[in-house]
Write a protein that binds this ligand. Structure first.
Ligand code: 4NP
Length: 156
């Protein structure tokens, strides 16, 4: 599960990019993907039009409505992938994180060879350039993250 603040920019784009990579490798039956926000501000909303635009430019399909991360998600998903350190800290503060969340929570750019330990910056208040930048980070990170999952779980 990919997580950002609003679930209308970064995390639904990460979900779309990751799903595309999964389909390219024919792993649809092995890996389930979703995304959520730490806030409830955009529950039920379609992705931001700028997210839709950058996705369509790169042949990425978005099929998502905003939802807020729920403590149960910490049990459902093997990996909870935070876009930035503020999302990371908010996820750590969820009820039951200590029992269920430890070892599942990672940062998206842990898998980006060009920016380990950095945030995927929030593009919401910036221009279209910010979205292209985010897309490139997500493509690098998701590609390496999928390699990591395949190895760790011995998926053919
Ligand atoms: P996201 O971007 O966390 O990447 O979805 C944002 C979306 C909405 C807001 C902030 C960030 N907002 O303030 O409504």
């Amino acid at each position: 599960m990919f997580v950002c603040l609003g679930n209308i920019c970064r995390s639904p784009l990460a979900e779309g990019v990751f799903k595309k990579l999964i389909i390219e490798r024919n792993l649809q039956n092995e890996i389930a993907v979703d995304s959520a926000g730490t806030s409830n501000w955009h529950v039920g909303d379609l992705p931001d039009p700028r997210t839709e635009e950058i996705a369509s430019q790169h042949d990425v399909q978005l099929d998502h409505r905003g939802q807020q991360i729920h403590p149960e998600d910490l049990q459902t998903f093997d990996y909870i992938v935070a876009m930035d350190i503020s999302n990371y800290n908010n996820i750590r503060a969820l009820e039951g994180f200590g029992e269920n969340g430890q070892g599942r929570l990672i940062m998206m750019r842990d898998f980006d060879e060009l920016g380990k330990e950095k945030d995927v910056p929030d593009p919401y208040y910036g221009g279209a350039n910010g979205f292209e930048n985010v897309y490139k980070m997500l493509l690098r990170s998701c590609t390496n993250f999928l390699d990591h999952i395949v190895k760790e779980h011995n998926i053919m």
